[in-house]
Design a protein around this ligand. Structure first.
Ligand code: RNT
Ligand code: ZN
Length: 420
């Protein structure tokens, strides 16, 4: 059977369950998914020579890491060529591109330092999301930034946040697409703190000051990301779940919550939190990742929770209320492959969710027909999804599942292996 014939047969089987695979593909093609630039160079950036610090870590030393803006952009273009669907760029402030010999500290960065990124976005007609970088910097004092007891330290990081709002406005203006600007700090303590509220009050006031920088909430979408613990900050984080949710609720005219599914206790699931938050927040943002034991940032795979998260976005008709961004980093395998596997996994999860007879399943639940509900949910799992996926890749003009990895190998041989 040809791919076309396989798809035609799959389409018919899905149609019998009430699913329109054509419509599913049309919707997914247009949904922007933020691609995190930091997978390409192990979250280092171009504004410092030091290591990654601040509660997160990469492990591994796979050859071929991008070391210059040009290399990182080249790698991102390779990823774009190998993934179906719509990419949005997701940048961190430490990826500012300076002229030869130029350097400005993070409190002084300007839109012009990101002009090269805007050029890249314009080439593909895509948007840009942004993140102030509150880590890997000497002005972190005792591991603290916005919640530091030292007013000078706080001032520096507040100015950084404000500079990032201005840069986010610039991205939105230049691309014509809103820029989601995510605030995450690793602020916290390794061991039992003597004061838990003080740092949170300072954190609150600092973020409020950042958000006092003028911006248009239709164009710049600040969000606050929580985390339960980090490496070296095991006992306490200032930006806990309750803190960030309450902060976003109290500032709903200019801020929304961001949930990273690697940032909760292991038996908590973000798939269940999404519909809870959608009852109250007009919009929310996600970092989509895979937590493994204590680590929050493994490469995204098509596992059960990934599929469940996608389902909650789709079946609550919330594709226009949930900003989706990938967030993981692996330095132990080919970095381009890691990027592509994660992006494609999310596309698969979303396409599966869009190819689920959600209305019918909801009806069974409301009718109290839990027997049939269980049967249908199980049977939906074995519908010929692979044939729809293959067709989707083809319509998006990208290599299918058995073909794209050869391109990675060729890129490794021709480009990555030549980097020192
Ligand atoms: C860290 C957070 C944060 C970072 C990026 C680099 O645990 O998830 O979002 O991964 O900002
Ligand atoms: Zn995150």
């Amino acid at each position: 059977m040809t791919n076309k014939e396989r798809y035609a047969s799959a389409k018919e089987m899905y149609a019998k369950t009430g699913v329109d695979t054509e419509k599913a593909m049309e919707i997914l093609k247009e949904l922007p998914i933020s691609l995190h630039c930091w997978q390409g160079d192990d979250v280092i950036g171009f504004d410092h020579d030091g290591p990654l610090t601040g509660g997160i870590q990469t492990t591994g030393n796979y050859p071929g890491k991008a070391r210059t803006p040009r290399q990182l952009m080249e790698d991102i273009e390779k990823v774009i060529a190998l993934v179906p669907g719509k990419v949005k760029l997701n940048l961190h402030a430490c990826y500012a591109v300076f002229e030869e010999g130029e350097y400005v500290d993070r409190d002084k960065i300007e839109p012009r330092h990101f002009a090269k990124w805007v050029e890249l976005a314009k080439k593909y007609g895509i948007g840009i999301d942004f993140n102030p970088t509150f880590f890997s910097h000497p002005k972190m004092k005792d591991g603290l930034t916005l919640s530091s007891p030292d007013p000078e330290i706080r001032r520096f990081w507040i100015e950084h946040g404000k500079a990032c709002i201005r840069i986010s406005s610039y991205f939105a203006e230049e691309t014509g697409i809103p820029c989601v600007m995510n605030i995450w700090t690793g602020d916290g303590y390794k061991d039992v703190p003597a004061d838990r509220m003080g740092p949170r009050m300072r954190y609150k006031e600092s973020i409020e000051e950042i958000l006092s920088e003028p911006f248009d909430y239709n164009k710049v979408k600040p969000c606050v990301e929580s985390k339960v613990f980090g490496i070296g900050v095991e006992a306490y984080t200032a930006g806990s779940a309750e803190f960030t949710l309450s902060f976003a609720a109290a500032h709903r005219d200019k801020c929304m919550p961001l949930m990273d599914n690697g940032h909760y206790h292991p038996t908590e699931v973000v798939s269940d939190k999404i519909p809870a938050l959608l009852c109250f927040y007009p919009e929310l943002a996600l970092h989509i990742t895979r937590g493994v034991r204590w680590d929050s940032d493994h490469v995204l795979l098509l596992d059960d929770e990934t599929k469940e998260i996608a389902k909650e976005i789709v079946r609550n008709n919330a594709t226009d209320r949930v900003y989706m961004a990938l967030d993981y980093f692996d330095a132990s395998i080919n970095r381009i492959s890691a990027w592509v596997v994660g992006f494609r996994s999310w596309q698969k999860a979303m396409l599966m969710a869009l190819c689920t007879p959600n209305e019918e399943l909801k009806r069974l639940q409301d009718e109290g027909n839990f027997t049939k509900l269980m049967v249908m949910q199980e049977e939906a799992k074995l519908l010929p999804f692979g044939d729809v996926w293959a067709e989707y890749c083809e319509r998006c003009g990208v290599a299918g599942d058995t073909a794209w990895f050869d391109e990675i190998l060729a890129y490794e041989k021709d480009v990555l292996s030549k980097r020192s």
